[in-house]
Structures are given as C-alpha cells and as structure tokens.
Unconditional design. Sequence first.
Length: 371
Amino acid sequence: MHIFVLASYAPSLLNFRGPLLRELLAEGHRVSVAAPQIDPQLRQRMESFGISVFEVPLERTGLGIVADLMFYRAVRHLMNKLRPDRLLTYTIKPNIWGAFAAYSAGVPSVAMVTGLGYVFTETDVRPSLRERAARLIARKLYRVTTARNRSVIFQNPDDRRDFINAGCLADPSKARLVHGSGVDLDHYARAPLPGQPVFLMIARLVSAKGVRDYARAALELRRQRSAARFQLAGPLDGGPDSIAVSELDGWIASGLEYLGPLDDVRPAIAGAQVFVLPSYREGTPRAVLEAMAMGRAIITTDTPGCRETITHGSEGLLVPPRDPWALAAAMIHLAGSIELSAAMGERAFERARMKYEVHAVNRAVIDILMG
C-alpha cells in the first residue's frame, strides 16, 4: 500500500513516528509524509530511508481560519495528485483538515488523537473569547471529521471517554486504543544512576505541561537549601500558553538549570536520578516512556495519560496537578533515598519493556491502519 502520513511539526516525523515509518517501509509499503517547515537535513534523512517528502503550509499554534484553509487546500492537492491508499494523521489540525482532504479525494483516513490539547485542557492562562470560540468550533469539527475517518486511535482510556462524551466521535465503534507511541528500548538503553540527586523535566515550555509547578517546587527546595539539582529542558513554544522568556530567565537566576531544547535527550536522562512531568493532561507522555526505558523513577501527575504510565509507589509517585507543594514533597521523598529511586527505576524499565515496547505498539497501529 501507499501510506501517507500528515504532521503539524516536521521533527516529530522522525522523533515520534520514525520507528513506525521504518516498519511500514520494511513491510514493503510505499511511504510519503507531509509537514510544514521541513529543514534540508530532516528532508535528506527521510529521503535516505526511501520516504517521499512534501512540505505544506501550516500555522501550528495559530487560530486563523484563512491559514487553516490554505493548509486544507494543499493537503487536498496532494491527496488528489498522489492517490495514497491510506492517510494517517496526528494532532488536531492534521486530524481535522486531513480528514476533510482525504474524504474529498476518496482516500480512507485514520486519525491518531495523541492528546486532547487545548480543546479540553484548562491552563493557567484565562482563554480569550476567540480561544473559547476556537475550542467550541474544534469540537464540532472533530465530530464532522471523525465521521469521515475509518478509525480513530487513542493513547489512553480517559481521552477516549472524554472525546466521546464531548460529542467529538458520533460512532464509538471507530475508537481504537494503543499504548502511546511506544519507546525504542535499544535506543533508550538503561544507564547507571548519578551519585547525587538530580531532577529533570523535559517538555515544551507551556503552562499545561506543569512547567511553572516544577519551577516553583524546585525553587522552594532550593530555598530550603536542598542539595539536589533541578534541570529543565525543552523549547519555548510561542503559543498563547507559552512560558515567557523573562519568566524563564527569573527561574534561571534563582538556580534552575535550563538545558535548552535538546536534539538528543539521552545524556540528560542519564544524568538524572528522577524524571518529573507534572502535566495537566497528555495522550501518553513520550518523555516519561523514554525515562522509564532508561531506568529512571518517575514523578508525574494523577491526570489522563500521565497516570497510565506508572503505578503510584511502584515505578514512581503520582501527585495532584497544579500543586507545586505536593510535587516538592514527592521530590524531597525521592531525593533522600538513591536506593528507592533505583528500585523504582528498575520497575519502570520493566513496565516500559512489557507495555510500551515500540515494535508491539507499531504492530497495533499498522493493523488498525490496514484494517
């Protein structure tokens, strides 16, 4: 078959979907991809695998309908030109406009809801009237477009339930469930723990990821003269929920170590004792799976997507969302015992191996795609 994959963020095609694309190629399928702003190095890497690469215009964080319609027309043109056998989309704009474009071209489509995002998640920033209208429109559009999808894939049962209850999927029989995007256990190999307590968070710098909660917890522990180090990695986002540069600079001045955006997160995870993600909602957090594969104890929130990754007290600790004081208490608990962190990290690796191994997850996605 000819499989076309549509993304809103070009690096995710290899960072998140690379193993899936390679497995499709290994099974003899033709693979094409499209995304906005594909840099030459990324294009060259994908083309070296035998993937056909196309660029489409898309404002990933914008709310403008004109830009979205330009994206739709570009995707529809590709569907009509290439006539693939299946379209696979992920994230909200490709899911919505890709489904419309594929339907108009007579191409069966499968959408991956890798997280419900701003359509469902309340953040620290009060949404504007325009943003509230966009949420309402997005839910209505999802109901229309999922009627055109062959299947809709979810990464956790909470997302599936809330999506259906919100009226975004009129036919629940189309819903399928997989264990996230999987994690490559060979690439994210286990590494020994450092000799000192180091906490690490990796995420886009937006409030919905709990970045402010992590910073507040870390700076409170620094005020208590904790011997631990607190590291943060990830790119600034530029959207309405983004952390401002001035706020980040204040945290850095107070002792938070900012590692910036990382092309390879493995050295940072290897240098940490505990991985932290106090997100308000996820599909299945990829960074948590990577840390689990490398044998790290996890502190995350008791929220959809996050709570699926670990069992409280076994592979790590669950804390309430939007509660930096509870987060600080959990960090203090693990900072005081390298033995406890090591035991939790070992169980985290075993859970990643049994539940989230990338080839098993990809097999499930491919079976849905071909069905």
